[in-house]
Design a protein around this ligand. Structure first.
Ligand SMILES: [Zn+2]
Length: 392
């Protein structure tokens, strides 16, 4: 099943994937999902926020057990982050059918919209809108690099943006959610195990820093006369690294927009996005406060674009998963620094859990992201066992 996805949104120059929400690639991925649902005789639904659901059994009477992930990608991402969870979900259903299992509860496969936030800057957009933690007005007004709002983009895709927002009817169909995901680290390599279970998701957030200056000529403006926003920006990047080391968290500036962006001009505006995470929420907040204080002096403005508090997955559920997915010896339970839709659902009170599949290099959000076929298959078996157990 990964094979027909391999060419969609692939940049031939780098081998990386660009699969922004509501782009042509995303539409192709949605069609693939619909095809897989149809081939299995599942009931396909798209909710008001663009998330796709394929049901085996009718969840209107009794909430079901849902599994799945997302199909969008970070820019220049790998083949597994997201798609492995969706493909494994369909494969686990196939395995249950092969075993002759008739689940006592409905089983659903979900594909969440815009998990990575590559286009509009806010991750887990589909699950945040579904659960109501992101206000529809705020989401619809977000703009992409070409200045199109989410509302414009959804309208162009034939969707109804005025209908986005908390969706209790859809939420009520999800009794339990289990997301399988490629591991974004090497804990399973060190454990020597193909499959693990998530313990918690670190608190994490994104902040936008705007450094304002005065655009001017790079040759004729004396150094003393300049107001160059690149300098306080550079200080912020170095300070972020230093504060992260001091406070035992991680901080990254991975996206910068320089305006007007001429090689021979002093910029007028530098916008930079800080991503900060860590096991300790107070330490992450303290790092952002350090940087806000530093950049305040340079007249920069700081805006929090997203914040997700720590998510501790339901302990009995994760212990049950570890027991069932471990095949004899309980699967290792691991913390993670990456955000996921399962975290958003867990925070909204949906019993949720995650399975991780070993990643030999630990590399993720890069074309080098990989999982061995045998480990992917072990993931499918573990997921099928978990579904069977939860549905029993
Ligand atoms: Zn992911």
């Amino acid at each position: 099943m990964l094979e027909p996805l391999a060419h969609i949104g692939r940049d031939p120059a780098t081998g990386g994937y660009v699969r922004d929400a509501w782009s042509a690639a995303d539409m192709e991925l949605r069609e693939w999902f619909a095809g897989e649902a149809g081939r299995r005789g599942l009931d396909l639904r798209e909710d008001r926020n663009g998330n796709l659901w394929a049901w085996w059994g009718d969840p209107s009477g009794r909430p079901g057990v849902v599994t799945g992930s997302h199909l969008d990608s970070v820019r220049q991402g790998g083949a597994y982050d997201g798609p492995l969870g969706v493909v494994s979900a369909f494969a686990a259903l196939d395995l249950l059918k092969e075993r002759g299992t008739t689940p006592a509860r409905p089983v659903g496969v979900v594909c969440f919209t815009d998990e990575e936030g590559a286009r509009f800057g806010v991750p887990c957009m589909g699950s945040r809108l579904l659960t109501g933690v992101l206000a529809p007005e705020r989401a619809l007004a977000l703009t992409d690099d070409s200045g199109d709002t989410l509302a414009d983009v959804m309208t162009k895709a034939g969707r109804a943006p005025h209908e986005v927002g908390r969706d209790d009817e859809t939420l009520a169909t999800v009794g339990t959610f289990v997301e399988l995901h490629v591991e974004q680290g090497q804990a399973l390599v060190h454990e020597g195990r193909p499959v693990g279970v998530a313990a918690a998701i670190w608190p994490h957030g994104r902040w936008r820093f705007d450094f304002h200056g005065r655009a001017d000529h790079a040759g004729t403006t004396r150094l003393a006369d300049r107001n160059d926003p690149m300098l306080p920006f550079a200080r912020m990047v170095l300070a972020a690294r230093e504060a992260a080391a001091r406070r035992d968290v991680v901080a990254t500036v991975g996206k910068v927009r320089v305006s007007p962006g001429n090689a021979n001009a002093i910029p007028g505006l530098v916008s930079a996005w800080l991503d900060a995470r860590g096991a300790d929420e107070a330490a992450v907040r303290a790092l952002v406060a350090d940087l806000t204080e530093l950049t305040d002096q340079a007249g920069a403005t700081v805006r929090e674009e997203s914040w997700t508090p720590v998510v501790d997955f339901d302990v009995p559920l994760r212990e049950r998963l570890a027991r069932v997915a471990g095949g004899g010896t309980p699967a290792p339970v691991l913390p993670t620094g990456a955000g996921h839709d399962a975290g958003i659902l867990a925070s909204a009170g949906v019993p949720s859990a995650m399975l991780f599949v070993r990643n030999p290099t630990g590399v993720s959000h890069s074309p080098d992201e990989h999982a061995e076929r045998a480990d992917c298959e072990a993931g499918v078996v573990a997921l099928a066992d978990v579904l069977e157990d939860l549905c029993g």
